[in-house]
Design a protein around this ligand. Structure first.
Ligand code: SIN
Length: 519
């Protein structure tokens, strides 16, 4: 068994892009808690944004990214993303990834919220993420090792250096994996909420792992709600891509009145925070909201995945009305990184949604997530490939002595956490509601939760422990930000406060918990 150079935790687009590049010269191991194909990237419908049209420029893409992000973005990282992203997309095309084309054989560019131009490349109609993932799996073949169904439960830290990861195996034993570089690519936290577009496994455990390991996290209060989840019998049944609105669909209430007219100049293609907020307010007034697709040309051919899902859930497409609600979709914050993916912990890196590169500001521009994934995965790969290997010594991580397990039998259920997050840290927030959920989280002995050891808990308890950790971090960050900006809307502070808060990142570190215990 060769020494592993790079461990990547997660198996989405950022993970596979980095793995493909690194496999040229390094032994790479991907560790994923489910199947290699269970990830958010595979669910991405709309596409990938890149200014490839002759009538578009990276400067226009840059402007739209900042506007959608409420000018909270890290501007140099945005510039890097929109400029080099276009080149990486062209490289994918050159290497054989096939995007959808129009009748003339030119790549068809879709449009989504916040974009002033058509610049979304898509594949398989509305299956862009799946096409990317299949393409990269084919490229990787047997060049890396993939460990499935092992959950990363602890990052192994020796003197502020990450040397590996402890995992829980399927038969509930623990395994230690060591490498020179450890990359977190575990996705965001949408499944902390009862209404979400995310895979059910995406509960923010990457955030909890990194926090426990002492890494710096930032901007956790910024959770994007996507305006249109298919909503059937009180449950969310999958995403309806914004690209559908890009092709002419629009939002109406039960009386057929268009709800986005007069709200924003881009109407139904306003940035997501604005559309979701408008729908949310209408629902609170007792309205039912629908996506009217009657004007979308060849709906079933252009959006085969969505059409199939709607039919599967008993929706009659010829009525032209799809019932929708907003759902948690994307975390703009995460583990803070520089432009090479380095975190505050030596040899620990983060890429994809779990990372906070700052490119999305307070609200991500549509279809910039796949772009961020490939750009920063490539930057990280460049960095690791150029870094001389240190001597391949093996580490022996000594576990801290475990204390007697605490009785956490009163832990809440996953559903209860998801409903609480939806109610108090959802599309609108207030000081009172945030205090309520924070006190609730803290009633589960928060310091024991943060310092818990996986050996003392079952797999399902551990999931709840991670959810409480991530939920508490999000709620306490949301309480600190006393303004409304992008996806973070505070009823008690409804305006932006540029002087106090613009580009002011709320950072979090486990050290704060130690201070809490000492004080
Ligand atoms: C969508 O297709 O609407 C989602 C794409 C994205 O999140 O950017």
């Amino acid at each position: 068994m060769p020494f592993t150079d790079v461990i990547i935790i997660g198996s989405g687009l950022a993970a596979l892009t980095a793995a493909t590049r690194l496999a040229e010269d390094k032994y790479v191991k991907i560790i994923t808690k489910d199947k290699a194909t269970t990830c958010n990237s595979i669910l991405a419908q709309g596409g990938i944004a890149a200014a490839i049209s002759p009538t578009d420029t990276w400067q226009d893409h840059y402007e739209d990214t900042l506007q959608a992000g409420a000018f909270h973005n890290n501007t140099s990282h945005v510039k890097l993303m929109v400029k080099t992203g276009r080149e990486y997309v062209e490289q994918f095309i050159h290497n054989g990834l096939s995007f959808d084309k129009d009748e003339k054989g030119t790549i068809h560019l879709g449009r989504e919220g916040g974009h002033h131009k058509r610049r979304i490349l898509h594949a398989g109609g509305d299956a862009t993420g799946k096409c990317f993932i299949d393409f990269l799996h084919d490229k990787l073949l047997d060049s890396i090792s993939i460990v499935e169904q092992e959950e990363a439960v602890e990052l192994l830290i020796v003197n502020n250096r990450c040397v590996g990861v402890k995992t829980r195996t399927l038969n509930n034993s623990f395994s230690y994996h060591y490498a020179e570089h450890i990359v977190l690519a575990s996705g965001g936290c949408g499944a902390l909420y009862s209404f979400t577009s995310n895979a059910p496994t995406i509960v923010g455990d990457g955030l909890a792992l990194a926090y426990r390991a002492g890494a710096t996290l930032a901007d956790l209060e910024f959770i994007q709600f996507h305006p249109t989840m298919l909503y059937v019998n009180g449950h969310v049944k999958g995403l309806i891509s914004e690209a559908v609105r890009g092709e002419g669909a629009f939002l109406v209430n039960q009386a057929g009145k268009r709800i986005m007219q007069g709200i924003h100049k881009l109407e139904d293609l306003a940035p997501r925070d604005i559309v979701s907020q408008t729908i949310h307010q209408a629902i609170l007034q007792g309205e039912k909201i629908y996506l009217n697709i009657s004007k979308v040309k060849d709906f079933q051919e252009r959006f085969p995945t969505i059409a199939k899902n709607c039919k599967h859930h008993g929706i009659n497409l010829s009525d032209g009305l799809l019932p929708i609600v907003p759902g948690a979709h994307f975390l703009m914050g995460g583990v803070q990184t520089n432009s090479k993916g380095q975190t505050s912990v030596n040899k620990l890196y983060a890429i994809g949604e779990v990372a906070h590169t700052g490119v999305h500001g307070a609200n991500r521009l549509a279809s910039n997530s796949l772009l961020e994934g490939i750009v920063f995965a490539n930057r990280l790969a460049d960095y690791i490939l150029q870094t001389p290997s240190s001597c391949k010594k093996s580490f022996m991580y000594i576990d801290e002595e475990t204390t007697k397990p605490r009785d956490l039998s009163t832990l809440p259920s996953v559903d209860t956490i998801q409903n609480m997050m939806m109610k108090y840290v959802g599309i609108t927030r207030s000081e009172q509601g945030l205090h309520q959920i924070i006190e609730w989280f803290e009633s589960f002995h928060l310091s024991s939760i943060i310092h818990a050891k996986p050996e003392q808990h079952t797999k399902s308890e551990w999931q709840v422990i991670n959810m409480i950790t991530a939920g508490w971090l999000i709620a306490t960050s949301a309480l600190k930000r006393t303004e409304s900006r992008g996806s973070h809307f505070r009823e008690d502070y409804p305006k932006e406060n540029n002087k106090a808060w613009r580009r002011h990142y709320i950072q979090r570190q486990r050290q704060e918990m130690l201070a809490r215990i000492l004080s």
